[in-house]
Design a protein around this ligand. Structure first.
Ligand SMILES: Cc1ncc(COP(=O)(O)O)c(C=O)c1O
Length: 614
């Protein structure tokens, strides 16, 4: 549908804006003084909805309601911002400000609006950080938890390591801090500011990682017996979410690159096929779940997937654990919300800078029942969420907000520089989009290098890098190693990485002597899945332990998942096949002494396995 929307944006930014939003060159763009207009169709609108404020619109009635609701809420934010930031020196009545996610907001004077100033902190700190600071300063006679009593009884072994301050700020849900499950005051304001920055209708702070956000998103959309469309290589939290919700999996088998031993993301036609297959059986999916980016940084075309989902009135949940930074730089792919996802869960602690275990769940549009998501989060999370974790989310948001357009400049430059240097090292392969041409982007801060031309597995190369250079990677695979570049990455570490890889190359077999073979793979998605019980029934059925070889043909009773990367090889309820067993034994033998653990297995030595006793 080609709906024409007229947008008012700063004329001088039109070019950059087009680039940001990846608009086609044919757009009509009429700069007039400080203002310009772009004519776009509704698909483009969906792609770039977080980047502007609609000041004039035509044919709005032709837009889908979910588009309208998010645009109107965004307009309201812009107006509120104006009342705070009005400057007498700026003319005309409408002026353009550049804030947020590189957003171009048309700021309109509106004296009737209540400014956001009630939340402005006198100390200039983010709201929850400021409240925590004030609360910790009180000379309180504390008769409340935690038992270390604001550090007075903190164990000295730990204070020697981290000092007293983390303890003095480790405060419970005091009235001045607010409650995560009926938020008001600083927690509510911190979540609101996060929603604004990330372009969500609402944001929830999570203290159980993205794991609990994924579980809440799936429980919040799928009831027992409902179908969930998801890739077979989903993170184990999606599998546990099916146990919790009673959802039945309809798996998509992702593309697999055997040279790299890496699985891809999800292609829109795979989602379409899954929806159609369910329809043929008289079923309808309650939700579609996609991981984007993957651990290796592969991004799916969420824009098309979300359109497909919405055509069928199915909510799209995106596991964006590795993508909290997306959309914050023209070189970075768009975020899930920018591409129309209904729920996006981000590990703020992975690429951004909050404390480990802290994540965010964002909601957009009006398909998903927000009340149900609230109830799920309350069911899944601690009744004593750590204010340190929550404040770290607020602080990470504020850090990003300070300079959203340039904050990733250096990290992106360092990542590009290292890739350029490493691709010239003999025997090293650099993972890029040519290995997965069906996907729109590889996240540029995730660097994956292959060592097979040197006759080395990823595990062997990793051991050398650690032993000789004290280089610690994010993820090791049979064929490759993945390194995460972030805001803390410095030039000295990049130089160490480059010289470490040079050393691996110069001390290994000459290039060309290696016979490549990836018969078994930890990551290869299975094509011969045979589901006998749904994950929930399998989880609750009676079980028994058998020798690993005796388990062949039986129904698996446990989730077995090598970690990293956290992709299940066997899922409760599936028939155990020879191939799956071979995979597991191969991973175990090839990772001896390495940091990979076989998660979920009741017997980590894999001599025995639990099966459903039916
Ligand atoms: C793709 C993916 N999804 C979800 C998770 C879970 O995230 P968290 O550790 O924040 O619970 C991970 C963790 O590694 C992951 O890789």
């Amino acid at each position: 549908m080609a709906v024409s929307i007229t947008l008012s944006i700063d004329g001088s930014c039109c070019g950059e804006f087009q680039q940001l939003c990846r608009l086609e060159p044919k757009l009509s763009h009429k700069p007039r003084k400080h203002f310009g207009w772009l004519r776009i169709n509704d698909r483009q609108l969906l792609n770039c909805k977080c980047f502007w404020h609609i000041s004039e619109s035509r044919n709005l009635k032709n837009l889908k309601p979910r588009d309208l609701s998010s645009h109107f809420s965004y307009c309201k934010d812009a107006a509120e911002y104006s009342s705070l930031s009005e400057s007498n020196s700026v003319e005309p009545e409408k002026r353009q400000d550049r804030i947020g996610t590189g957003a171009l907001k048309s700021v309109t004077k509106n004296k009737n609006l209540v400014p956001n100033s009630q939340f402005a902190q006198p100390d200039g700190l983010p709201p929850l950080v400021s409240a925590l600071k004030a609360s910790a300063k009180q000379n309180a006679a504390s008769f409340h938890f935690p038992g270390h009593n604001r550090g007075r009884a903190a164990p000295s072994s730990l204070t020697q390591l981290i000092g007293l301050r983390p303890f003095t700020h480790d405060l419970p849900e005091l009235p001045e801090l607010g409650n995560l499950y009926s938020p008001e005051g600083p927690i509510l304001e911190a979540q609101k500011q996060a929603a604004k920055l990330f372009g969500a209708l609402e944001t929830w702070f999570l203290v159980g990682g993205t794991t609990c956000g994924i579980q809440a998103a799936i429980m919040g959309t799928c009831s027992p017996g409902d179908y969930l469309i998801l890739p077979r290589n989903s993170h184990m939290s999606a599998i546990s979410a099916m146990v919790l919700s009673g959802a039945i999996p309809k798996y998509i088998i992702p593309e697999y690159n055997c040279e790299w031993d890496i699985a891809g993301g999800v292609i829109p036609s795979q989602v379409e096929k899954a929806i159609q297959e369910l329809e043929k059986d008289g079923q309808k999916a309650a939700a579609v779940f996609v991981t984007s980016p993957t651990y290796h940084g592969i991004c799916s075309n969420l824009s098309e997937i979300s359109q497909l989902c919405h055509l069928n009135k199915i909510p799209l949940i995106v596991d964006e654990a590795h993508g909290a930074h997306l959309g914050f730089h023209p070189q970075l792919p768009f975020s899930a919300l920018q591409q129309g996802a209904d729920l996006a869960v981000q590990s703020t602690h992975k690429v951004l800078c909050s404390l480990t275990q802290s994540s965010m769940l964002h909601i957009s549009g009006n398909i998903v029942d927000r009340e149900r998501i609230c109830r799920c989060l309350q069911t899944l999370q601690s009744s004593s969420p750590s204010n340190l974790l929550l404040a770290s989310l607020d602080a990470a948001r504020a850090q990003l907000n300070e300079n959203p357009e340039a904050i990733f400049n250096e990290a992106l430059d360092l990542a590009t520089e290292s890739k350029n240097l490493i691709k010239n090292i003999p025997g090293i392969s650099v993972f890029d989009s040519s290995s997965f041409p069906n996907f729109p982007a590889i996240e540029p801060l995730r660097l994956t290098f292959g060592f097979w031309q040197l006759g080395l597995s990823g595990y062997e190369a990793d051991e050398m890098l650690y032993r000789d250079q004290m280089i610690i990677c994010e993820l090791v695979g049979i064929q490759s190693i993945t390194f995460a570049v972030n805001l803390g990455t410095c030039r000295e570490h990049i130089q160490r990485l480059v010289s470490g890889i040079k050393q691996v190359s110069s001390t290994s077999l000459p290039v060309g002597n290696f016979v490549k073979s990836v018969e078994h793979s930890a990551l290869a998605p299975f094509t011969d899945i045979n589901i006998s019980l749904n994950p929930r029934d399998a989880f609750f059925s009676s079980k028994r332990k058998v020798g690993i070889r005796q388990s062949l043909g039986k129904i698996c009773g446990e989730l077995i998942c090598p970690y990293p990367p956290g992709i299940p090889v066997m899922i409760p309820g599936e028939i155990i096949t020879e191939r799956a067993l071979d995979y597991l034994l191969h991973i175990k033998s090839s990772t001896k002494g390495a940091s990979t653990v076989i998660g979920g297995a009741s017997d980590p030595s894999l001599s025995t396995i639990i099966i459903c006793d039916l």
